[in-house]
Design a protein around this ligand. Structure first.
Ligand code: HEC
Ligand code: HEC
Ligand code: HEC
Length: 429
């Protein structure tokens, strides 16, 4: 069964928890319930989407999220009675999270990950409700309205979308698996909504799978011009070569076995997974490691003759391959000529599954825009990767990425200048 999470009360902002009842039901230990809700809200990353960038008040909404239909603005979910969810009863709250139908019957766009939250167990849902109504500061502001073009502004259509695509029913533990595995599955499929980015979407923006029973689950997907990689056991671009401890530490502080979080995963680590208990992170890693390899792509063979010749040529400077010169001039000072990076600072590129990804979208975007590693309470300081949009042409970016994907034993499809140009058009850079 799904284990209850009890974390130190010390961590929680328990607000006005003084013996009042949470939902008109029997009195409960409100402070403990609110603290658990706080933990679950972090595991679900509610703040990540419901807080405006650049210092917006927590949970007051106003973040614009790109979707194929246009920009969808997140709601104020503080307990303000007018602009927030202060008037929500428990039933309204649970229905919003599980079915995507807000109080008053408004159908929400699936930019709010209710298809995943439908899995949330009742006692966790009550803890979340207690936290949002009694542990969060009310903020009396209204986020800008979502304005989508016809026909996407017709919210009633979403009722049919839900019938066609949205799963329902809380998480049902699998009896052929143990408690730890089920805990991991519950967190990944439900609160963590990892599939919202890591599962490919179909033509109606639906995730093509919501559980491991489908072989499309977590095989990689593009959202907002970031490719979230394959999390199944593929030994090239998946997690096949990444031990469970490295996955858990990657989620805890953004660094695991030489991999460093980048792109839209940085915020996931900073807002959400860094706060999860070691037990929960281990359960997640264990669940991910149980997913059989799907959609194999790329390979890492450091002992091959070609790999050894390539490394030797880099060492002696006798390199002819396009991209090698660019790498040595612009990249090697951080990522090192042998592609091994520097532990807890710069990621290794040799054997890095994200570098071998079937879809190079994230690599191109990182090169164009630059990025910074996450800042967490338990991890090393932030490091920057510079932006190369002013330093390299699209052709040169394609060459250096192709080089990185084909050296040190890495083997993944080349990146073309056309792919770089198309992505730069998409992000206007
Ligand atoms: C991936 C982004 C994302 C995450 C994570 C997310 N939300 Fe949302 N949520 C949204 C968006 C966007 C909307 C507005 C959708 C719309 O207007 O159709 C929304 C709407 C809502 C609403 C409806 C409020 C109203 O009356 O308009 C509630 C309640 C809500 N979210 C609660 C939560 C809670 C609680 C969590 C965490 C358990 C959460 N959300 C996590 C994106 C997100
Ligand atoms: C907002 C989108 C988003 C969400 C939600 C998300 N991820 Fe990611 N994830 C990414 C992107 C983009 C990358 C690629 C960049 C990187 O490797 O850090 C990534 C990378 C990863 C990696 C490293 C993969 C590799 O091959 O190096 C792991 C492991 C991972 N995510 C696990 C998770 C888990 C577990 C969850 C749910 C708790 C999750 N992610 C939720 C976007 C997301
Ligand atoms: C000043 C040091 C520095 C330089 C120079 C640099 N990088 Fe990076 N690189 C980083 C850091 C730090 C990250 C992690 C970025 C993040 O988390 O957003 C990174 C991440 C990456 C990644 C993603 C791998 C992962 O797992 O995080 C790739 C691919 C990459 N760099 C390629 C390059 C290429 C190609 C060049 C040269 C054109 C280059 N870098 C130059 C510091 C550097």
């Amino acid at each position: 069964m799904v284990r209850l999470v009890a974390i130190g009360l010390a961590m929680s902002a328990s607000g006005d928890a003084t013996g009042q009842t949470i939902d008109g039901a029997t009195p409960v230990d409100d402070a403990a319930l609110i603290a658990r809700g706080d933990y679950l809200a972090k595991a679900a990353d509610c703040a990540g989407c419901h807080t405006a960038p650049k210092g917006g008040a927590p949970f007051a909404g106003g973040l614009g999220m790109a979707s194929p239909f246009g920009t969808i603005v997140s709601s104020n979910i503080t307990p303000d009675p007018q602009y927030g969810i202060g008037a929500y009863r428990y039933e309204d709250f649970a229905r919003t999270l599980r079915e995507g139908v807000a109080r008053g019957g408004k159908h929400l766009y699936p930019a709010m990950p209710y298809p995943s939250y439908s899995k949330i167990a009742d006692d966790d849902m009550r803890a979340l409700y207690a936290y949002f109504l009694h542990g969060v500061q009310p903020v009396h502001t209204q986020p800008p309205a979502t304005k989508l073009p016809f026909p996407f502004n017709q919210r009633w259509v979403l009722a049919f979308w839900n019938l066609a695509f949205a799963p329902n029913g809380v998480y049902e533990p699998r009896s052929d698996r143990d408690a730890q595995w089920n805990r991991g599955a519950y967190l990944v499929q439900g609160l963590g909504h990892c599939g919202a980015c890591h599962t490919p979407r179909g033509p109606a923006f639906e995730e093509r799978a919501y559980t491991e029973s489908s072989d499309a689950y977590l095989i990689g997907g593009v959202n907002d011009h970031w490719f979230a990689p394959n999390l199944t056991a593929d030994s090239g671009s998946g997690l096949g070569r990444v031990p469970a401890e490295h996955i858990a530490s990657f989620l805890k502080n953004g660094h695991g076995g030489g991999l460093v979080t980048f792109g839209s995963m940085v915020q996931v680590v900073e807002d959400s997974t860094q706060y999860m208990s070691d037990d929960d992170l281990t359960a997640i890693a264990r669940y991910l490691k149980s997913l059989p390899a799907q959609r194999p792509s790329g390979a890492y063979e450091p002992a091959s003759l070609r790999a050894r010749q390539g490394v030797e040529a880099l060492r002696t400077g006798a390199v002819q391959r396009p991209g090698a010169g660019i790498f040595l001039s612009f990249c090697a000072k951080c990522h090192q000529a042998d592609g091994m990076g520097k532990p807890l600072k710069y990621p290794r590129l040799a054997g890095n599954p994200a570098v071998l990804a079937a879809d190079p979208t994230s690599l191109i975007r990182l090169l164009v825009e630059g990025g910074q590693s996450p800042q967490t309470t338990s991890g090393p300081p932030r490091e920057k990767m510079p932006a190369f949009d002013k330093k390299l042409t699209s052709e040169e970016m394609a060459q250096v990425l192709t080089f990185v994907r084909g050296t040190w034993g890495n083997s993944a499809a080349p990146v073309t200048a056309h792919q770089v140009i198309a992505l730069r058009d998409g992000i206007h850079k």
